[in-house]
Ligand binder design. Structure first.
Ligand code: UT7
Length: 380
């Protein structure tokens, strides 16, 4: 196991909470450095917490692009050139393994890498939109890693921005006291919610989990979470969603009874073109915002790590920010879009392979349903 040890750099610089005037979703109105389409925005400078270890887990079953040629009218060539994806891992229904098990596996690996034990963990946040338990997977993940005493655990739902939002949330607790060690997990099994007859979306997604251990640190350390920015805009919510659609259930209340709703969700729907435009428009801006909060410039970034949705989105963002291709971290080819898991999964692989080293600056950004998008600058 590779242990990520980082020292803490400077102190909390600034924190702000800005509100932008509402603008119609999807407009291309001229903008300043901050997003014009966001209804809400939260950003801030350094949070005194440092990454101590990373971990990840993925299902054993591999589904290649060629496999999908017998599922929908598509081709390996189309998928590879339009998305950069060659294969994805899929959680099957026959092994008794759920997404919470993968989340626990990733959390345990991150904990082992950190050198800490479960009893030292005060906070577990699981970012997921596809939990095994609708009431949340975080408590079972905490129990599985031995974080049973003095640990609070909860889920956070922000789709593909979930891991970043959860990391910033944990960072606030760590920075403000009360929590010394947090495990943040991103886990999703969107294969459960994908319409396998819809070639526009089913070719994109895969399942997996990734995790990071964060520890509160003294001000003055070189490493940590140096700046962040988060946005959401519900006007874009119909562009990418997985909506509730219950079926009728008669309950024998007095009189004629009452038709209640039996819980069920529809398949995920996505307007790929609009989400693509949204991502390429907003992600460069949100990265600039986080860099500004961190008091840094693009040329100080060692690695660009974006939500692994489409290689064309990643390349476009890198180009707009003038970040060279060699600085891009990606494992999209092998895993597809694993939603909340994609950033920590790619980070863990890069750390374990030795690509990312202590002291490296990583600019991360997540984006997706909500619509939501956010960024954070880490010094490892
Ligand atoms: O994590 C959440 C964030 N999600 C995203 O970031 C997704 C963002 N969107 C995308 O990545 C891209 O829009 C897609 C990969 C979903 C689609 O790529 P595109 O280049 O925007 O393709 P398109 O929707 O413009 O479709 C081009 C053509 C269409 O055919 P016609 O109308 O030109 O004849 C589609 O019907 O490609 C067709 N097509 C396909 N062909 C073969 C769409 N899906 C497929 C497919 N295989 N799987």
């Amino acid at each position: 196991m590779k242990v990520l040890l980082v020292t803490l750099a400077s102190l909390f610089a600034s924190a702000s909470c800005l509100r932008h005037p509402a603008a119609p979703w999807g407009t291309t109105a001229p903008r300043t450095r901050t997003s014009t389409t966001a209804l809400g925005m939260a950003g801030g400078g350094r949070l005194n917490c440092r990454p101590l270890g990373t971990g990840s887990a993925a299902p054993a079953t591999i589904v290649t692009n060629s496999d999908l040629e017998s599922v929908v009218e598509t081709s390996d060539e189309w998928i590879a050139t339009r998305t950069g994806i060659s294969q994805r891992r899929i959680l099957t229904n026959d092994g008794g393994v759920g997404i919470s098990n993968l989340a626990a596996e990733a959390a345990a690996a991150a904990l082992a890498a950190s050198g800490l034990s479960g009893s030292e963990v005060d906070l577990v946040i699981v970012a997921t939109s596809s939990p095994d338990d609708l009431f949340g997977d975080a408590t079972s993940v905490a129990a599985a890693i031995g974080a049973t005493t003095n640990c609070v655990a909860f889920d956070l739902t922000a789709a593909c921005s979930g891991f970043l939002f959860a990391t910033v949330t944990a960072g606030q607790f760590l920075h403000n006291g009360g929590v010394k060690t947090a495990v943040v997990v991103g886990s999703d099994a969107l294969s459960r919610w994908v319409d396998w007859d819809d070639r526009n979306s089913c070719i994109l997604f895969g399942d997996g989990a990734g995790a990071i251990v964060l520890q509160a640190c003294e001000s003055g350390d070189a490493s940590g979470l140096l700046g962040y920015s988060m946005h959401s805009d519900g006007k874009g919510q119909p562009q990418l969603m997985c909506g509730y659609q219950g079926t009728d259930r008669m309950v024998a209340t007095p009189g004629d009874g009452t038709i209640m709703s039996k819980g069920a969700y529809n398949f995920m729907t996505m307007n790929g073109k609009e989400v693509y435009k949204f991502a390429t428009r907003e992600v460069p801006v949100v990265l600039e915002e986080a860099l500004e909060q961190a008091g840094m410039t693009v040329d100080q970034v060692d690695w660009l790590l974006l939500h692994q949705a489409n290689i064309r989105i990643i390349d476009t963002v890198a180009k707009r920010l003038k970040i060279p291709t060699e600085k891009i971290l990606t494992n999209l080819k092998d895993y597809g879009n694993t939603s909340a898991a994609s950033i920590p999964l790619a980070l863990d692989e890069a750390v374990r392979s030795g690509q990312v080293k202590k002291g490296d600056v990583i600019a991360c950004a997540g984006f997706g349903a909500g619509l939501s998008w956010g960024s954070a600058i880490f010094k490892m």
